[in-house]
Design a protein around this ligand. Structure first.
Ligand code: HEM
Ligand code: HEM
Length: 294
């Protein structure tokens, strides 16, 4: 049972044409196994979480009731990207598992939406949001090591509270970048193989081997996204994460949730000045780095 499907080119060369579609089921089952094991672990075996330190009463008192987390623009991006990603997954894989429909047009249109939204997001995150908030930092690495030691029953201080994003979210974002950019870069070239409104069709742009490898990379990153999206949606729907999911809809999270999980020194929140409801830089709770609220 090979992981790729092969064909013979007009010149007698054996070339890969795409991944073997049973990999769709490998990804679906891997996603399901993760969800089931994680849910059982949390329900029956996990100990209550412990964090080192707590914000001083003075700092806690300065945190607004609604802590801004995702700006309107960031939320719009997330939901447009999510809709296009789900459309891409369904249009790509339903026909492969027996649900036939003319999928290619819907697929490249959703691909174009994803491409434009991701280009926009890169610019927005680089210049308007706090770019470094989604990348692991030194404290994340130290805390990951503390968590591993404690998990193994060894002595280690409890990890600190999170900055804006826990390490898991940062790692998820990193893997999404890898898979997302792979499907986007290969997908843009694959548009030359079909009729779109963007450029004339040119199936001879690359040789058979290059096309084949491009389809393989597109397919591998695509099936990887099935399990990734399943896990992500599962976390979004878990009861203890609903406060975060709410923030992706309304933009803010409750003060209590913020203080329970986040360190005001690592994720600095702007506090409203006493006389007005508008946030101001001079009223920031002191700490390291600026927040983006987006
Ligand atoms: C979640 C993201 C994506 C997944 C899961 C996905 C998956 C797939 C799969 C499985 C195929 C069939 C390939 C084959 O028959 O060997 C395909 C074809 C195609 N994809 Fe995607 N894709 C994604 C994103 C994109 C993006 C972002 C674009 C465009 C920018 C795109 C453009 C295309 C095109 C044009 C084809 C048709 C190629 C042809 O029929 O010759 N895809 N995609
Ligand atoms: C449809 C169901 C979905 C739900 C309920 C959902 C929920 C969320 C929530 C609540 C966050 C914010 C996490 C935080 O503030 O810490 C988030 C972030 C994010 N989402 Fe989604 N999402 C969905 C679909 C998707 C899809 C299809 C993708 C594409 C792969 C995606 C990619 C991301 C990324 C890259 C982030 C930023 C990293 C992170 O915070 O984990 N989401 N999502």
């Amino acid at each position: 049972m090979g992981f790729l499907e092969w064909a013979t080119s007009p010149w007698g060369q054996s070339v890969p044409i795409h991944i073997a579609w049973f990999l769709i089921w490998v990804s679906v089952i891997a996603g399901l196994v993760f969800l089931i094991v994680h849910a059982i672990w949390l329900r029956y075996f996990a100990k209550p979480r412990e964090f080192a330190g707590a914000a001083s009463p003075q700092v806690s008192a300065g945190i607004p009731k609604h802590v801004p987390r995702h700006s309107l623009v960031a939320r719009l991006f997330h939901w447009i990207m999510a809709a296009s990603m789900l459309t891409l997954l369904f249009t790509a894989f339903l026909p492969k598992v027996g649900v036939q429909f003319p999928w290619v047009t819907y697929h490249w249109i959703a691909g174009a939406v994803l491409t434009v939204s991701v280009v926009f997001h890169i610019i927005h995150a680089s210049f308007w949001l706090d770019f470094w908030s989604i990348w692991p930092d030194k404290i994340d690495r130290e805390d990951a090591w503390r968590r591993v030691r404690r998990f193994a029953g060894r002595s280690a201080p409890p990890p600190r509270k999170f900055a804006k994003y826990p390490l898991e979210n940062k790692l998820f974002h990193g893997v999404i970048i890898l898979c997302g950019l792979s499907v986007i870069l290969t997908g843009v070239f694959m548009m030359f193989r079909v009729r779109t409104i963007f450029f004339p069709r040119d199936p001879y742009l690359f040789g058979d081997m290059t096309w084949g490898l491009m389809y393989v990379l597109h397919g591998l990153a695509g099936v990887g996204l099935i399990a990734l999206v399943m896990m992500h949606v599962y976390f979004g729907l878990r009861p203890e994460k609903l406060a975060i999911t709410k923030s992706m809809i309304f933009g803010w999270m409750d003060r209590d949730f913020y203080l329970e999980e986040h360190d005001p020194e690592r994720w600095v929140v702007e506090t409203p000045p006493p006389s007005s409801s508008l946030p101001s830089i001079s009223n920031r709770v002191e700490g390291r780095g600026l927040t983006d609220a987006g």
